[in-house]
Design a protein around this ligand. Structure first.
Ligand code: ADP
Length: 480
């Protein structure tokens, strides 16, 4: 089976979120199962060319009303694998500091053109490489043009006559909505500018078009696959997704246990596992010291890591913050994003010195240390397609407190149910978050045995890529 996997971000080359992690891991797991897979992404300015090979080809990409635009190609490999990754080079489109936004977090005004270009260039590249894909796997709105093109302008192209397309939604909030002049660049014909295909309120909606034309649609948890068909989570596309639900599958993301494993994590003060759990206390002391918190193993230590975005429940968190800090707890926050949240959480470390620590920014090493050192991990997300941090937390023996949504609901079983591995609340309200957090703190202090058992159960669980990959293969086979 030949697979062309196209994504706007791939770990470790460029990452803004979970999409990059999936794009870095799934192709490697697919390769292990014997498929021939090539990955394609843009060569952003920040990607170092030194370890890449410049291919002696130029791709002529038909950009509709913009005429033909030329791209260079670099080739490399996903780390520790034989998976080839191709980088589309275009100084004008990708030679910028950000992936999607400028330094003020404003989306680039030509993002429609940049990602139509990526989608089309990937297709031209597969021809140049004589790589006839059975499956083209597109991800999110950035590459959603691919399923559209395959069923329209390329419908009669013999090179793609056996190619089927999969589109994965990693986050429905971002749909790629642009002025309708993008239709002229996509070049698929105005007859497709209708409410069942590409049109939404007189704009072009790339994700909507991709959903209409792909052969199979997937998203990153079973619960999220159901949620996106409802008004609360559908971001306006719920009816469209319901109409296409016959081809929709929910497949939970795996996590990379080479990277996230407390028994061999290179960043930890001491490694530990289920049968050497004492080591976790050393990590707790280490992180308490780092954040100048009182060093005490009996005070429950709570953590939060993530983007400061409404999606992650930071408004809820901020609204209960001061009340929460009146209790005998400690709290650590690592994240960046919305400015108000950066200054709010950044400022609170002075007020609650010794009890609260924050690090505003992105720091992978610290993320590992926090996962290991905390007792409880907060994820009060309003929606969460899959979520990774709760799965890391399980492996690190840090019981997650989650809102029962999307992948959080699929992976966490509420204490004290059989097989429980965390704490859940349902309503996206400050009261529900506050009460559940205090309840978890109470279990930590007063039901030590039950807490420890739940924690060890979580540490033994595995959400491996192999299992998810087998499910993707089933979907691929079903459309071939
Ligand atoms: P999303 O993709 O919506 O941001 P996920 O939970 O799926 O959320 O993935 C987020 C990933 O980014 C996790 O690996 C998390 O540890 C990491 N991350 C988020 N913010 C930070 C940060 N400030 N520092 C380090 N890692 C972070």
């Amino acid at each position: 089976m030949n697979i062309l996997f196209v994504s706007s971000e791939v770990t470790p080359f460029a990452k803004t979120g979970g999409l990059a992690d999936v794009s870095g891991a799934l192709p490697k797991a697919l390769k292990k199962l014997g498929v021939d897979i090539k990955v394609v992404m843009p060569r952003y300015y920040a990607i170092n060319r030194e370890s890449l090979e410049r291919l002696p080809i130029s791709l002529g990409v038909d950009m509709g009303s913009l005429g033909e635009v030329w791209a260079g190609v670099y080739k490399g490999y996903l780390p520790d694998s034989e998976v080839e990754i191709y980088f589309i080079e275009h100084e004008g489109f990708y030679g910028r500091s950000g992936l999607y936004t400028d330094e003020h977090r404003n989306g680039y005004s030509d993002n429609d053109i940049r990602f139509i270009f990526l989608s089309k260039a990937a297709l031209v590249l597969s021809k140049a490489l004589h790589f006839k894909p059975d499956i083209i796997h597109a991800n999110d709105w950035h590459t959603a043009s691919i399923p559209i093109l395959l069923k329209t302008t390329l419908k009669n192209d013999p090179f793609f006559d056996k190619s089927r397309s999969i589109l994965t939604i990693h986050n429905l909030q971002h749909q790629g909505v642009f002025h309708k002049r993008a239709m002229e660049i996509l070049g698929v014909g105005w007859e497709h500018f209708n409410p069942f295909e590409l049109e939404a309120l007189d704009n072009v909606n790339f994700l909507k078009g991709g959903i209409a034309f792909c052969d199979a649609l997937t998203t990153v948890s079973k619960k999220y696959a159901k949620e996106i068909q409802t008004r609360e989570f559908g971001f306006g596309l719920e009816d469209h997704i319901r109409a296409n639900a016959y081809k929709l599958f929910g497949i939970l993301n795996g996590v990379d246990y080479d990277e996230w494993d407390p028994s061999k994590d290179r960043y930890l003060a001491k490694n530990y596992d289920v049968d050497s759990i004492e080591g976790k206390a050393v990590c707790k002391e280490d992180i308490q010291r780092f954040f100048n918190l009182k060093i005490d193993k009996d005070i429950p230590l709570l953590g939060f890591i993530g983007r400061f975005a409404e999606q992650k429940g930071i408004v809820l968190l901020a609204s209960i913050f001061e009340k929460l800090m009146q209790n005998e707890i400690q709290f650590i926050i690592l994240g960046s994003g919305e400015k108000w949240a950066e200054s709010f959480f950044g400022g609170m470390s002075a007020k609650y010195k010794g009890k609260f620590g924050s690090f505003i920014g992105y720091n992978n090493e610290l993320a590992h240390k926090i996962e290991a050192g905390c007792d409880l991990f907060l994820m009060p997300s309003l929606f969460e397609p899959c979520g990774l941090n709760q799965i890391y937390s399980l492996r690190y023996g840090t019981l997650p407190i989650v809102r029962a949504t999307g992948g959080l609901d699929d992976t966490i079983i509420n204490y004290p149910e059989k097989n429980s591995n965390g704490f859940k609340f349902w309503d996206a309200t400050p009261e529900a978050l506050y009460n559940t957090t205090l309840w978890a703190v109470d279990i930590f202090k007063n039901e030590k045995r039950g807490f420890l058992e739940a924690l060890k159960r979580g540490m033994r669980e595995r959400f491996s890529w192999m299992e998810s990959t087998k499910e993707y293969l089933k979907v691929y086979r079903s459309v071939i």
